[in-house]
Design a protein around this ligand. Structure first.
Ligand SMILES: [Zn+2]
Length: 303
């Protein structure tokens, strides 16, 4: 009926506060003040055209093949080099940044469109990437996650041959913070073992599913120990920001990217001008954490 509504909605969604503040305040300010040494880790999910998704752009997780190609062409044109998640995590504090323009490309959820849409573009520019696999959804026959086709092991092996790294994204992709210690450890150990058996190689990386409960100090400390005990040395989560020399190597922050990121916004994010959102993200988690404790749902009860 109202033909103007989708356009008006798109217009107001484009006028995002986070985008405006990043581009017109934090980015110019960062350029004046100078940036902290760090390495951006980008977080992609599926590479497909998801137009019609009515969620706010901040929460969308799809990037169209066209936009993705634009991002990679821009990174290549700006002389960015990709490094693997594990290689970054192994660096000492003194040697963490300062190697020129570097970026880590990560993909979560093991969707097949990584194979069909993202990898040909990555190969064109000689880029590498790390894909987090939720192993219950990766089979020898095609399975689906969030209603979308996932990779099969044959494809995973082929991609490994092309230099793509694989990390664990748990077995079942559940919110780990609400599970028992034993259940969490099983998710960490079983997913790692499955990928190692299928690929015949060591898996070092882990990508935390859903919002990382970073305001729950107890959980973060326990979880980091559990990751290390399970044999992981590189972890990423959904905390927003560029990874810095003193970042916890088992829960390094990432920069979410999706179809709404034109190259102007992407550049600002890569240069640390989106990191201002992290304190707000942290505060929101802290409030949620206290509310759940108030309701008698202490997050550490499950441990
Ligand atoms: Zn995920």
């Amino acid at each position: 009926m109202d033909r103007g509504r989708p356009l008006a909605r798109r217009f107001f969604m484009t006028l995002r506060t986070d985008r405006l503040a990043t581009l017109y305040f934090f980015h110019p300010w960062k350029r004046l003040a100078g940036t902290r040494p760090g390495v951006p880790i980008l977080m992609y999910h599926s590479i497909f055209d998801g137009r019609g998704d009515s969620r706010h752009p901040y929460f969308q997780t799809w990037t169209s093949p066209l936009r993705f190609a634009e991002h990679m062409a821009w990174l290549h044109g700006e002389d960015y080099r990709t490094i693997s998640l594990a290689a970054l995590a192994r660096r000492k504090e003194s040697d963490f940044a300062g190697h020129g323009k570097e970026v880590v490309l990560t993909f979560d959820d093991g969707f097949q469109d990584f194979y069909t849409e993202a990898v040909p573009v990555l190969m064109k520019y000689g880029f590498s990437a790390t894909m987090g696999l939720p192993t219950a959804f990766i089979g020898h026959r095609r399975r689906q996650f969030w209603g979308r086709d996932c990779l099969i092991w044959e494809e995973v092996r082929e991609l490994r041959g092309l230099g793509i790294d694989f990390a664990s994204h748990t077995v079942n992709h559940r919110q780990l913070c609400g599970m028992t210690r034993e259940e969490v450890c099983r998710e960490l150990v079983d997913s790692k073992q499955t990928i190692e058996t299928e690929l015949g190689m060591r898996v070092d990386g882990f990508a935390y599913p859903y919002a990382f409960p970073e305001a729950n100090r107890w959980f973060v400390d326990w979880f980091s120990e559990a990751l290390a005990a399970s044999g992981y040395c590189a972890g990423v989560c959904t905390a927003i920001g560029v990874a810095h020399p003193n970042s916890n190597r088992l829960a390094m922050p990432r920069i979410p990217v999706n179809d709404w990121d034109d190259t102007v916004f992407l550049q600002a994010k890569l240069e640390g001008a989106y990191d201002w959102l992290h304190p707000l993200q942290y505060l929101a988690k802290h409030v949620r954490s206290w509310r759940s404790i108030g309701r008698g749902e202490s997050l550490s009860h499950h441990a």
